[in-house]
Design a protein around this ligand. Structure first.
Ligand SMILES: *Cc1c(COP(=O)(O)O)cnc(C)c1O
Length: 404
């Protein structure tokens, strides 16, 4: 930053060209003019106008400015600007949840007759949304093995509009080559959407790898402390304007309070992601050597089948790992129940470590056949590593191992 900024310029400075850690604490901040250093929360449903003429100009779009918090709110906009800057996109649009982001995206950019190619290893509700609900609107989805580029290519149809993936996948850490799938999408004139929940822009920036749109459940690492539900999409102005148009009408908007919490979350995102990812790598390596552990799934391990791809498109490996214990469901449950420090919950991305039995919780609604295809075994346990001391976490997992 050069010296000599006038005060106004200094307040409005865009931080363009700054690095991720700086953008996380600085980008997009809205200043009211009262001199506050923190971020103001605009808890207002509507905004007032200085005259009937101004009201008319705002409503018909002749004049920029706030109207109603379903579509314009300064706190929500500050969050959108900050995450857009972190992901390297032109614009972001915030939504009431991660699922609302996918719903809004689908309804804004597609119509009856269109087709989607989706990784079969995406979040369970994402599968249901495409399979059960978008199909009712005449939008068909083909699910493919996310690691198989030939399968992605073969699934493309003339009416394919969207390709959707999540990498690394949950809970088995399968990776998809974002650049390669972006090429497949673009050869067809379709858009690639990447759910970047698991790594966040701190560790992976899909837009820089060729993806067109990034989607987040802000509920996970963007918040990072398990407080609020929210979502966001980041991409080019063109598509984001269409999504914004849908949200303005459809009402799947983010609340200003949640936007404020997510703004605070983003400030520590790079720090948290590095720390949680470092601990997860240590635990994955440690678990691999413990008797009673049959297999560890984590893209940071050298024997992960896509470790080379992980090193290429990620700057670290993330905070989530999973492992199979010797035995069956009962053994997995004994392991989980013997832990004392970690939380037994289905959530992830929190500073508190969480432990989950996917077979009977997050993936419990799948049929036996679907589970077999997806590789969800009864002895599988997922760990979302938080910020507790690594030694305490090892001691806790040792309690689990002793109970096997
Ligand atoms: C949680 C999650 C979602 C859904 O987000 P909500 O905020 O719960 O609606 C989508 N994708 C992934 C990878 C998730 O973990």
């Amino acid at each position: 930053m050069s010296q000599g900024f006038e005060r106004e310029e200094r307040i409005q400075f865009s931080h363009e060209g700054c690095e991720l850690d700086t953008l996380a604490v600085r980008a997009g901040q809205h200043r009211t003019g009262e001199g506050e250093h923190g971020d103001a929360i605009f808890t207002t449903s509507s905004f007032v106008f200085s005259s009937a003429r101004e009201a008319a100009a705002r409503f018909n779009g002749d004049e920029e400015g706030n109207i109603y918090s379903r579509f314009t709110n300064p706190t929500v906009r500050a969050f959108e600007k900050r995450i857009a800057s972190l992901e390297g996109g032109e614009r972001a649009v915030a939504t009431s949840s991660g699922m609302a982001a996918i719903l809004s995206l689908g309804l804004a950019l597609m119509q009856a007759g269109d087709h989607v190619v989706c990784s079969r290893s995406v979040f369970g509700s994402t599968v249901s949304l495409f399979d059960r609900y978008f199909s009712r609107a005449g939008i068909q989805t083909t699910f493919v093995d996310p690691t198989d580029l030939t399968a992605w290519k073969a699934a493309i149809r003339p009416e394919t509009k969207l390709l959707f993936l999540e990498t690394p996948s949950n809970p088995l850490a399968e990776l998809t080559d974002i650049s390669a799938v972006a090429d497949i999408a673009h050869a067809q004139g379709a858009l690639l959407v990447v759910d970047n929940c698991f790594l966040t822009p701190a560790l992976q920036r899909p837009l820089s790898l060729g993806a067109d749109i990034v989607m987040h459940s802000a509920t996970k690492y963007l918040d990072g402390q398990g407080r609020c539900v929210g979502g966001v999409l980041v991409g080019r102005d063109k598509e984001m304007e269409d999504v914004f148009g849908f949200i303005r009408t459809g009402g799947s908007c983010m609340s200003p309070f949640n936007a404020w919490v997510f703004l605070k979350g983003l400030e520590t995102l790079p720090l948290r992601m590095r720390a949680q990812s470092d601990s997860a790598l240590s635990l994955a390596q440690w678990l691999k050597q413990q008797p009673g552990i049959e297999k560890v799934y984590y893209s940071g391990l050298h024997d992960h089948p896509q470790h080379e791809l992980a090193c290429r498109q990620q700057s670290a490996f993330g905070g989530v790992l999973s492992f199979e214990v010797a035995g069956d469901k009962e053994a997995a449950w004994r392991f989980i129940d013997a832990t004392e420090v970690v939380s037994i919950t289905g959530n992830l991305g929190d500073v508190k470590t969480t432990i989950t039995h996917p077979d009977t919780t997050t993936h419990g609604r799948m049929t036996a056949d679907e589970k077999a295809k997806a590789g969800i075994k009864p002895n599988l346990i997922r760990l979302s590593v938080g910020l507790e001391s690594l030694d305490d976490l090892k001691t806790d997992l040792q309690r689990g191992l002793s109970a096997l």
